[in-house]
Design a binder for this molecule. Structure first.
Ligand code: 26Q
Length: 805
């Protein structure tokens, strides 16, 4: 029997027997379970611990090497990390897929069940959080010295279910079980303060806060491909300084005694759902400051112990990336530390801080740009409010700016300009988005600082989004390309000639079909819904947002229903319309759209004429794990946002890479995808961003478009008449009025073009060989959209850091 924990090194990866013993060891001694009585979760915990052990040696080595070689460190600050499950990823990174499967099955445990027993860590809302997770994977794979910093929310994004077609939300609780990947670091604690007042004393400003909580670090190792390198994700959890008040306890007031810890822990309790109506909430501001201040304290402590005591050298060794404005308080906070603690003069501190900081913008929607009232900022962070004013006037003195350029304006602190002014580089996330940033939200700031804005088009990690989620495609790629593509996705180019090879196309089609069957089985098991794997799987998966235009898709679906009913004898292309996505709980219109999809879906699915022709499926609680099943099974990818509104999109990349053809507008990264895959292999439709602006400026009137498009007019009349909601015929009166009267997102204007392109898609689907050829070419030309390429771009153009591999 084994009594010592096994320490396994990837250089000498375990054989099956050593792995078997390690798992059994952890089952007994870490999980405390007799193998005879162990349940699936016990086995999962034991396997996870055995795999985690293998990551420790490269993790320590990376840490030592970064220290010894004095690598420049990248600190990625993000309110969200939408990680999903970790076990399969770690196993694949270590190259142990086959062995672990075999060993687990020898214990008589179902391997897939074991992997899917892991809760899906949903510490993010969508694109921005998932991007951060892909970046962590890529930063370890290319060998950058990087630290992810975020919040260890007790409750991630809410769980969605449908009650009678309406979205309902339940608290998510991924931490109910032990999270076996993390290491608590009780020794890594920082005191984070709020409120109080600022006193002046000999020209010094002294912040006397009236509330302090502890930020406790929890570390998760992030191994890269083949375990050559492992970085750290450090998430902060809030704790009370004093857990318990003895005085009320002695009086018998037990609730009051526990109050301090309840109050303090509220800060890291729950992830805010992306919701523009949630602006201005004090708790959100506290969350932002809490994790930003803890991260900066940690960064500074490490710099001072391992590099230098001269804080002006900070920018040589540290690059900090702000994932949107959520951590933008980093600029005044870093200045505060430099001025109030390290006695740097303000103007110097301004430059030191700015030389470290970089800001990624993810949205141009004016309502989504963060603002805080001066009153709230002053109450929660009085010293920072002073510094923000000082930053604003200092900037005004530095450059000749017009009256329109201000951080503090109309009693509000604008976090976009604050982040811009505090950053050495500001980046957009697709070529179009970056150009629009220069022309719209940051027009004046860009004119003042013309070198500051750069583009870094988003990417996605091929480890999770091909290798792990699509084993059928992975096998085919390995067979034809070897496995270098996993870290050098441009190698997919070599598939292009094979698009003309009928037998390769057949293998590619077989892989797609296997994935569709897998999804079909999943839908059957989880929803009791049967779908035909030979129908076109037409998929739109993303947050429900008016600008993303799920409405356009479902209105088209209803129009198609009408068309089929009018000519049931025609040879229709069978389609399964699949939707996935959550609405922010306070976003009433988005919730209406969900209900409308479910209502129209129920009507269509109940119509026997639709059998084998049209079906609508909306599985609840779309998350990373569901994406991993849906994406490999997609034939058609819906990327149909109003042009100019989707900063980039990343689902669009995942779907195309996995051999789905895109129907999309010229928005975000769709434009670059179209350039990469070629006009013949993508279905582009609708207005361009410029046309959207011009149409709006000319005075957009949806009624004119509706009158000119009888198919749309008919559907709107049906919805208004209660055809899809006979139990409540007026349910959609507001929604229909909105479409007929204002239609800000121009659903009506793009409907005809969308109808036409969908007709072409139905036609194209009939030529199976041509379709598969395009599908192969999508995969072949998508290599550039690897997040490894994106991360190398950040390292080169923004961080000036050197990847090791
Ligand atoms: C803000 C204030 C209060 C509460 C929540 C928020 C909040 C939270 C999350 C605001 C925005 C987000 C997330 C935004 C997001 O995911 N944006 C997407 O970022 C992707 C990665 O760059 C892009 O591909 C998408 O186009 C963009 O929509």
């Amino acid at each position: 029997m084994l009594t010592e924990p096994l320490i396994l090194h990837p250089e000498s990866l375990p054989d099956a027997e050593a792995l078997r013993r390690a798992i059994e060891y952890h089952l007994r001694y870490t999980t405390g379970k007799n193998p005879k009585a162990a349940k699936l979760t016990d086995w999962r915990m034991a396997v996870t611990r055995a795999i985690r052990d293998l990551v420790i040696a490269p993790w320590f080595e990376t840490t030592e090497r970064v220290r010894a070689e004095r690598h420049k460190r990248v600190c990625y600050l993000s309110m969200e990390f939408l990680i999903g499950r970790l076990l399969e990823d770690a196993i694949a990174n270590l190259g142990l897929d086959e062995m672990v499967r075999k060993v687990v099955e020898d214990f008589d445990v179902d391997y897939t069940a074991l992997l899917t027993d892991e809760p899906d860590a949903a510490l993010g809302n969508g694109g921005l959080g998932r991007l951060a997770a892909c970046f962590l994977d890529s930063m370890s794979t290319v060998g950058l010295a990087a630290h992810g910093y975020g919040i260890r929310y007790n409750h991630g994004l809410f769980r969605q279910s449908f009650e009678n077609g309406w979205q309902t939300e339940d608290a998510e609780d991924w931490l109910r079980q032990v999270h076996p990947w993390e290491f608590e670091r009780p020794e890594t604690q920082y005191r984070i303060s709020f409120g109080g007042e600022v006193r002046q004393h000999d020209g010094h400003h002294q912040w006397r806060p009236d509330e302090t909580v502890l930020a406790v670090g929890y570390d998760t190792p992030v191994p890269g491909w083949r375990g050559r390198w492992a970085n750290t994700l450090r998430l902060w959890s809030a704790k009370a300084e004093r857990e318990f008040d003895l005085e009320p306890f002695n009086r018998g007031d037990y609730m009051a005694a526990a109050a301090p810890s309840v109050l303090a822990e509220t800060i890291s309790r729950v992830l805010y759902p992306d919701d523009t109506t949630e602006q201005g909430k004090a708790l959100r501001l506290k969350q932002e400051y809490f994790f930003t201040a803890a991260s900066l304290a940690d960064i500074l402590r490490r710099f001072l112990t391992h590099h230098d005591t001269d804080v002006t050298k900070l920018p040589q060794f540290i690059a900090i990336q702000l994932n949107d404005t959520h951590p933008a308080i980093a600029f005044p906070e870093l200045i505060r530390l430099l001025v109030d603690v390290h006695q740097q003069p303000f103007a110097e501190a301004f430059e030191t801080a700015r030389s470290c900081l970089h800001y990624t913008n993810h949205t141009l929607l004016p309502e989504a740009l963060e603002r805080w009232s001066v009153g709230l900022m002053g109450r929660v962070l009085p010293r920072h409010m002073e510094l923000i004013d000082q930053i604003d006037s200092h900037h005004a003195n530095l450059v000749k700016r017009s009256a329109g350029v201000k951080i503090v304006d109309h009693g509000e602190v604008h976090m976009g300009p604050l982040a811009f002014i505090g950053a050495r580089r500001v980046n957009g996330v697709s070529a179009l988005h970056t150009n629009l940033m220069k022309q719209t939200v940051f027009k004046e700031l860009n004119a003042l600082h013309p070198d500051r804005i750069v583009n870094q088009t988003n990417g996605v990690t091929p480890r999770r989004w091909i290798y792990n989620c699509n084993p059928a495609l992975r096998a085919l790629l390995n067979e034809h390309l070897g496995d270098d593509w996993v870290t050098d996705l441009d190698r997919l180019q070599d598939l292009a000639p094979l698009a003309d090879d009928a037998s390769f196309r057949q293998s590619f089609a077989a892989a797609k079909r296997a994935n569709k069957l897998y999804l079909a089985r999943h839908l059957e098991n989880t929803m009791g819904v049967a779908v035909d794997p030979d129908a076109m799987f037409d998929i739109q998966i993303k947050r429900i947002h008016e600008y993303k235009r799920q409405l356009l898709n479902i209105l088209h679906t209803a129009a198609q229903w009408n068309a089929i009913r009018k000519e049931p004898g025609k040879d229709w292309t069978p389609r399964v319309k699949i939707f996935g996505g959550k609405a922010a709980p306070g976003y009433a219109m988005a919730k209406q759209i969900i209900k409308l999809i479910n209502d129209i879906g129920a009507t269509i699915n109940a119509d026997p004429v639709m059998e084998g022709r049209l079906q609508v499926v909306y599985p609840p609680n779309y998350n990373v794990s569901m994406a991993e099943i849906l994406i490999p099974a997609a034939d058609l990818s819906e990327q149909i946002s109003t042009a100019g509104m989707e900063a980039s999109g990343t689902g669009n990349m995942k779907l195309s890479m996995n051999g789905a053809l895109t129907v999309g507008t010229l928005d975000g990264a769709n434009i670059e995808i179209a350039e990469a895959v070629g006009a013949d292999n993508i279905f582009i439709f609708g207005m361009t961003a410029d046309q959207v602006t011009a149409t709006r400026e000319a005075g957009y009137d949806p009624a004119a478009y509706i009158a000119a498009e009888p198919r749309l007019a008919e559907v709107l009349e049906q919805i208004a008449a209660g055809t899809f909601s006979p139990d409540d015929p007026h349910r959609y009166a507001g929604l229909v009025d909105m479409l007929r009267g204002s239609d800000w997102f121009m659903v009506a204007a793009d409907f005809s073009a969308y109808w036409d392109v969908q007709q072409r898609i139905d036609e194209s689907w009939r030529d199976r060989e041509a379709w598969m050829r395009s599908a192969v070419l999508n995969t072949a030309h998508m290599g550039w959209f690897s997040s490894d390429r994106t991360i190398r771009g950040y390292a080169r153009d923004i961080w000036e850091a050197q990847p090791k591999f």
